[in-house]
Design a protein around this ligand. Structure first.
Ligand code: MEV
Length: 436
């Protein structure tokens, strides 16, 4: 550490009280403490709950919380709560919901709910003997975790099984204990990790007993896998091609279907397009994940890995057209929960659950697949039609006007002036400064 680094190094920051942390932030930014305090949620009870979700909390970072109505899912109408900072996402979803409302709505099906975790171990002894002795004490691993999984088992879930996998061809001496779980309505990360850590201890104990005097087995780590290809959900829409007439103004249904299909085909063959295609899918999924307090990083990483499962990264949606019908679907892993974690703790996430009519875990998995499909439908429809910039720019203009501190009158004039014109920060800035 050089001298400057030494003087700026902070000792024990986490132990500082809020006031001291705010003073520090004030010294960093030159912003008055009274102003910084306005960045906190005004209700103290709610603020206290949110503070405890993470560490070193000094403020709360609000995103817009919006609603997309008219989602017909399995013949029932839903309103989806969505948290996103990106303009157009909620409007696009509301529009997709409206289009499909009169065409039969969205359908979904949960294809599997199995989740996995692994105990990663290194063992330099004889493989055959390892497998033989492991099968002898395998049931003890399950017995040792019963007090953790008992409640989950009573409700029909729990640990489903444990397998020893030989990975030595990929990495010398590397084996895995691959453990399967059903965590029911919970995402189950804590449950899975607790079971795995306990199981690892029992495994080490049994290995020491089975192979006395030999080099001990090395447990490197025990952790759930966020790759959940067996916790899978599908959503789809379907309608006669002719009922797609005018989804894009003036475009016949057959032309719409054909252009739409080409856009999907491109996402299957070209990785540059596939990544953007899937990003649009996650615009909707992440917004619902945030609103419901679900772990969007886990959902994203599983989704992207699934998109690359063939060895080539591809779009997550598929389209099928015959002479009469247009079908559009998505299939992706969805590890989410409706109990545990932040879902019930965060007051806004709890509110979202009420808006969603308190779905079961499987029902919410279906909604996630639907919102991803709808988001992609909206994006492709815009892209094969007028493009996305026209819609985006209206909202973008509002953001720029806000940044420039334009008043109501100036904003009104700017909206009129920029109708059909190119919106850029420089253009708008020049226009507003001329007005001023
Ligand atoms: C923008 O956030 C998302 C899109 O780029 C998705 C897509 O291109 O499919 C519009």
């Amino acid at each position: 550490m050089n001298q400057d680094n030494q003087s700026s190094y902070i000792q024990g920051f986490s132990k500082w009280g809020l006031q001291k942390k705010l003073e520090f932030m004030s010294s960093l930014t030159g912003i008055d403490i009274n102003v910084l305090m306005k960045y906190a949620w005004p209700d103290e009870d709610i603020a206290n709950i949110i503070n405890k979700l993470s560490e070193n909390t000094v403020a709360h970072f609000p995103f817009p919380y919006g609603l997309a109505p008219n989602f017909k899912i399995q013949d029932e109408t839903h309103v989806l709560p969505l948290v996103t900072e990106e303009s157009s996402v909620v409007a696009a979803l509301a529009n997709a919901a409206k289009i499909w409302y009169t065409k039969g709505g969205f359908r979904n099906k949960v294809l599997g709910t199995i989740k996995k975790g692994q105990i990663h171990v290194f063992w330099s002894g004889q493989p055959e003997l390892f497998f033989k002795r492991f099968s002898k004490f395998k049931s003890k691993l399950l017995d040792a975790t019963r007090n953790i999984s008992g409640r989950m088992e009573k409700r029909g879930g729990g640990v489903l099984g444990v397998e020893l996998l030989d990975k030595t061809k990929e990495l010398p001496n590397y084996y895995q204990l691959d453990v399967s779980f059903n965590t029911l309505d919970a995402m189950g990360a804590n449950f899975i990790n607790t079971v795995l850590e306990k199981m690892a201890q029992e495994f080490e104990k049994n290995m020491a007993q089975e192979f006395p005097g030999e080099l001990p087995v090395e447990v490197v780590m025990s952790i759930l896998s966020n790759f959940t290809p067996d916790c899978l959900v599908k959503a789809w829409v379907e309608c006669p091609i002719e009922s797609l007439d005018d989804v894009i103004k003036g475009m016949p249904g057959a032309e719409f279907a054909s252009r739409f299909q080409k856009a999907i085909q491109i996402s299957q063959v070209d990785v540059s397009r596939a990544v953007t295609h899937n990003k649009g899918i996650f615009n909707g999924i992440d917004a619902l994940a945030l609103a419901t307090g679900n772990d969007w990083r886990a959902i994203e990483s599983a989704g992207h890995a699934y998109a690359a499962r063939s060895g080539k990264y591809q779009g997550l949606t598929k389209v099928y057209i015959d002479e009469k019908m247009f079908s559009f679907s998505i299939e992706l892993p969805m590890n989410i929960g409706v109990v545990g974690g932040v879902t019930n703790l965060h007051p806004m996430a709890a509110l979202s659950m009420k808006i969603l009519k308190n779905p079961s875990g499987n029902e919410l998995m279906g909604m996630f697949a639907v919102v991803g499909l709808a988001s992609n439908f909206a994006a492709i429809t815009a892209l094969i039609g007028q493009g996305i910039q026209q819609g985006h720019m209206k909202l973008h203009l509002d953001n720029i006007l806000q940044q420039l501190g334009a008043d109501k009158n100036q904003s009104q004039k700017a909206r009129e002036f920029f109708k059909g014109k190119t919106v850029s920060y420089a253009n708008v800035e020049e226009y507003i400064s001329n007005l001023k």
